[in-house]
Design a protein around this ligand. Structure first.
Ligand code: UDP
Ligand code: MG
Length: 315
């Protein structure tokens, strides 16, 4: 392991207007940290001058490392690429648009040094649009449900810190469409949260449109959980049970009122409802198998050993 203590990972997608200030401010903060730091700027296929600027600073200033991706793979893929390049004992991620002030980094580093595996951040008076906040609230709610037990207040803020163990574990997860803050929770033992300031986007537009946010949330749900499939099975069974009850009622009425002429029609209804429910349940069952394929194809490590005490086996 190298002696770098902290790696900063910053995904950059068309941020030419923000880069000069970002570089200036992170440079200042890193100098004040008085430890060995590297700043990894990942160009996520920008079409503006971001790539040239990153290349330039990485050549000039040894603090900066430039990782250039061939095209736009998305924020979380870019962060993963940065983590793969990082060699620090700790990794802190932040956004390039200066919504997360680099000046908050020491707070996170302090927590990481205390031994926390994941350090999240809560945004004080958040500067985002109304819709962005709603979207974020629902993501937070869903993630909390999906991460049974381990929770954090705010998953949306990318100013987060990770221990080497958690980073290594996450790098072993080869699936596409990772949501890093949530994935980290799977492997974290001790987590902490700190309050951080939040600023408006310094320049440029948010890279997330309403449609992209909805797609992301749908991806998150289907990518991490097979719960919707199970819902289908339950739904099917509920319909089938309803059909059976309906059939029973029809039968009882027909026994009580022998002159009731409509029992044949209603019995047909009951049969159709039962079959429909059965079909849904069968679809859900098929889905369960597909879900198993899905989970296995992610090939996530089932566990991750942090350390072994008094090991006898040679490595
Ligand atoms: N980003 C990226 N690839 C993308 C979209 C965004 O690397 O496809 C980066 C972007 O440059 C920024 C961070 O991810 O550093 C967060 O993006 P943005 O500020 O647009 O998101 P928001 O703050 O609206 O959630
Ligand atoms: Mg932003």
């Amino acid at each position: 392991m190298s002696e770098i203590e902290l790696s900063l990972v910053i995904p950059v997608f068309n941020e030419e207007e923000n880069l000069p200030e970002l570089i200036r401010r992170t440079d200042t903060v890193c100098k004040q940290l008085n430890t060995s730091v590297e700043v990894i700027l990942v160009d996520d296929g920008s079409s503006d001058r971001s790539m040239e600027m990153i290349t330039d600073i990485a050549k000039k200033n040894p603090l900066f490392v430039g990782v250039i991706l061939t095209s736009n793979f998305g924020q979380h893929a870019a962060v993963t690429a940065g983590m793969q390049t990082a060699c620090g004992k700790y990794v802190i991620t932040l956004d390039a648009d200066l919504q997360n002030p680099p000046e908050e980094i020491p707070k996170l580093l302090e927590k990481l040094r205390e031994g926390y595996d994941v350090v999240g951040s809560i945004r004080e008076n958040r500067q985002d649009t109304f819709f962005r906040k709603i979207a974020s609230k629902s993501v937070n709610l869903m993630v909390r449900k999906l991460c049974n037990g381990k929770t954090m207040t705010d998953y949306g803020c990318m100013l987060r810190g990770y221990s080497r163990t958690v980073v290594d574990a996450m790098l072993l997860c080869k699936e596409n469409g990772k949501f890093i803050p949530m994935l980290a929770m799977t492997y974290a033992r001790r987590t902490a949260e700190v309050y951080v300031k939040h600023a408006e986007r310094a320049a440029g537009e948010s890279k997330y449109s309403v449609m992209k946010l909805i797609a992301l949330q749908y991806d998150l749900l289907t990518g991490t959980s097979t719960f919707p499939l199970r819902l289908l099975t339950f739904f099917g069974f509920a319909i089938a049970v309803f059909g059976i009850l309906f059939g029973l009622i029809v039968f009882i009425i027909s026994q009580i009122d022998k002159a009731w002429g409509a029992d044949g029609t209603f019995a047909l209804f009951a049969i159709v409802i039962i079959l429909m429910g059965g079909q849904f349940a069968a679809m859900g069952l098929l889905g369960e198998y597909i879900g198993k394929i899905h989970i296995n194809s992610r090939a996530r490590p089932q566990f991750f050993i942090e350390s072994i005490i008094n090991q006898h086996k040679d490595n």
